[in-house]
Design a protein around this ligand. Structure first.
Ligand code: GLA
Length: 377
């Protein structure tokens, strides 16, 4: 905790903190630099009694650090990222950020809604990716610490004006992070619009259950609760097909080492340069919170269960990491040093009538929850 920290909890908590006693269930705040436009950014720390601690900044609603105990109770930071704001303000592959308005790709940066064509920046040629040139990952959010019933939380809010990055409608977005006492990082996304639009919010954390920067993730055991995935073309746009995973490298229905089939001679693996695909989650009732994936590191014993109300999961094996990003503590993030489990609607849904709808209309309430829950085995 920095010297300039602000305590949001009860006087007792604050006194305990000042006395250097470990405090759980608290939210503290400290400065995290200033943007080029002169806006002050803060780092909020949420902690619980089980030794888990999450740090979030109000730039990009980014999860900057996530400390989770291993099988011996030893904590490590399991998400990739930077020590300072400069890293996040510069170009980087969305470490820890809330991605919006549209997570993943929209073909050729174009879609039609109610007969009107909308044009987005093709920031991942020839497609639009992750919200555009200045997506939600590069915005300053308004943060409110939440003390509530003991589970510390942070509410982040943003107003995206009509026409922002080419998307129609004024959109009001709230993302609430809560650290539960059973070691879950819960993310509640909410939004409303004043004109018809499309929306697909997700979190783009890169995990390494052995600790950020501590080697690759190829030995992690992965289970994905999906018996179909959405194959893509060479520009990573879904073809529209929902293809069975059975008999392909995409079969994660039983736990297998992430790297086992990652170099197979398979067209989809080649297009993705590994795994960079949306899985169609098995769900009896759409919109319910169910298990999407389970990842286990035999090395550290850490387990991450991903629960979501979303219909899809983009499983990305960090294929574009190449040692360019120097992260926290000076550690360099080499090829496949982290993986993402981006809970979402399917990529390019605005152009895919067969996919679940991503249209949000005035009067609709966008509300969706994802939980990353940690344990040991
Ligand atoms: C998503 C995409 C990937 C890549 C990363 C960010 O996971 O699907 O292709 O763009 O984001 O580098």
């Amino acid at each position: 905790m920095g010297k300039a920290s602000v305590c949001f909890m009860t006087a007792l908590f604050c006194l305990a903190m000042a006395a250097g006693m470990p405090v759980h269930g608290a939210v503290t705040m400290e400065p995290f630099g200033t943007t080029a436009e002169g806006q002050a950014i803060s780092l909020y720390t949420l902690s619980n009694a089980k030794g888990m601690e999450v740090k979030i900044i109000n730039f990009g609603a980014i999860v900057q650090s996530l400390k989770v105990p291993d099988r011996d109770g030893k904590p490590a930071d399991v998400v990739l990222g930077f020590d300072t704001l400069d890293g996040y303000a510069a170009e980087h592959p969305y470490f820890g950020a809330v991605v919006g308005r549209y997570g993943n790709r929209i073909a050729k940066g174009k879609f039609s809604l109610d007969g009107k064509e909308h044009t987005l920046a093709t920031n991942n040629p020839p497609n639009a990716l992750h919200g555009g040139l200045k997506g939600f990952d590069k915005q300053v959010w308004t943060a409110t610490p939440l003390e509530g019933d003991g589970a510390p939380g942070l509410r982040l809010q943003l107003v995206s004006p009509d026409g922002d990055q080419g998307y129609p409608g004024t959109l009001t977005v709230t993302v609430t992070y809560t650290l539960t006492d059973d070691n879950g990082l819960e993310i509640q996304y909410e939004a409303a619009t004043d004109a018809p639009t499309v929306l697909n919010l997700t979190n783009h954390s890169y995990f390494n259950l052995n600790g950020a920067g501590n080697g690759d993730i190829l030995g992690h055991l992965v289970m994905i609760n999906a018996d179909r995935f959405t194959p893509v073309d060479e520009t990573l746009i879904p073809t529209g097909e929902l293809r069975p995973v059975a008999g392909t490298p995409f079969d994660f229905t039983s736990p297998k080492a992430l790297g086992r089939d990652i170099n197979q001679d398979d067209e989809q693996i080649k297009y993705g340069l590994g795994y960079d695909h949306n899985f169609v989650l098995k769900k009896e009732t759409p919109g319910t919170l169910t298990l999407a994936a389970r990842v286990h590191s035999p090395e550290s014993g850490r387990v991450m269960d991903v629960f979501t109300e979303e219909p899809g999961l983009q499983f990305y094996s960090g294929n574009f990491l190449d040692g360019t990003n120097k992260g926290k503590g000076g550690k360099v993030y080499q090829h496949r040093f982290g993986f993402c489990m981006e809970t979402q609607h399917f990529p390019d849904s605005p152009n895919q009538p067969g996919f679940p709808s991503v249209v949000l209309r005035p009067g609709d309430k966008y509300a969706t929850k994802t939980v990353y829950k940690f344990s040991v085995e």
